[in-house]
Write a protein that binds this ligand. Structure first.
Ligand SMILES: [Zn+2]
Length: 308
């Protein structure tokens, strides 16, 4: 297959994949539309349960107070009945005390009971109002769910079509390239970019001249060493080749560092020697700078020793 054909195919594949990934993202995000409503519902339901528990507690207090009230009533009535059969003043005093205390207690309990019954009533009203809000919210959520499911169905239909299209478009491209290409698109959205004026249009890094030539020759698919995008050659708008040739030389060492262990050539040994020389020079520079920063005295001492 001609490189231009490969390029066209990759660009077509890119269009399909971008659309596909966008839809997949929408599909993932669709249920999130319900997040706020679900949170609200959960909060309402929690409050509803808490109120119901309060209602039960209140109800229990009311029942207890009612029992106490009937006991106090009974005690008062017994006292009143006993008054008919008293024989001594002592008995009278005891019964009178019983009646007074029971009457007082009755009054206290009635007061307390009124309060609790009012609270019970308030809770009951609040609970039934909460219940209708919960029902309305649940209904809203169900409506929204139905609409989201409809959306999802539409997205899935679109995805099916795009997957078929993807299969058509990728015909003739090897699997490894396609898989690599997909990863790049998922990360960078654009997987195939031009090399223009020796610069990768994807990451704007200056590429080595030799590498740019290989891209121009188009014998194989080449990936940007910096951003991994697939590259194709595009003629520069202006004739600034000399300028770019100079700029490219500057970035060549970066490029070789990037290649790292993959680079095996005869010059390697001498390259390493050069590197060591350079790095030892560099170390000295660093030491001197370090001392400069620390103390001026040491620096002058060193200058003296250098003179000796
Ligand atoms: Zn790049």
């Amino acid at each position: 297959m001609q490189m231009t054909e490969v390029r066209d195919k990759l660009q077509a594949l890119q269009n399909v994949l971008s659309e596909k990934y966008e839809i997949e993202k929408n599909l993932r995000d669709a249920p999130k539309q319900l997040d706020a409503q679900n949170e609200l519902l959960a909060r309402l339901q929690k409050e509803f349960l808490e109120k119901n528990a309060s209602y039960d507690e209140c109800k229990e207090r009311v029942l207890k107070l009612e029992v106490e009230l009937s006991e106090a009533e009974k005690s008062r009535e017994e006292g009143e009945k006993g008054m008919d059969n008293i024989a001594t003043h002592r008995e009278y005093e005891a019964l009178d005390k019983q009646i007074t205390e029971a009457t007082q207690k009755e009054a206290e309990i009635r007061k307390e009971l009124d309060k609790e019954k009012r609270q019970l009533n308030d809770l009951s009203e609040s609970i039934s109002s909460d219940k209708s809000i919960i029902d309305a919210t649940s209904a809203d959520i169900n409506t929204a769910k139905a609409s989201i499911e409809k959306q999802e169905k539409k997205f899935n239909t679109q995805l099916e079509k795009l997957s078929k299209k993807e299969e058509e478009v990728r015909q003739g491209l090897d699997n490894e390239t396609v898989e690599k290409f997909k990863t790049i698109i998922q990360r960078n959205s654009e997987g195939i970019v031009a090399v223009k004026n020796g610069v990768c249009e994807g990451c704007h890094m200056i590429l080595p001249a030799q590498f740019v030539n290989e891209v121009r020759d188009g014998d194989e698919i080449l990936f940007c060493p910096y951003c991994s995008r697939i590259l194709f050659y595009q003629e520069s708008d202006e004739n600034e080749e000399n300028y770019y040739a100079m700029a490219e030389a500057g970035s060549l060492s970066d490029f070789e560092d990037y290649l790292g262990d993959e680079r095996v050539d005869d010059d390697e040994e001498s390259d390493d020697e050069n590197y060591e020389e350079k790095s030892s020079e560099y170390d000295e520079d660093v030491d001197e700078t370090g001392e400069d920063l620390d103390e001026d005295e040491e620096d002058s001492e060193e200058e003296e020793s250098e003179e000796n």
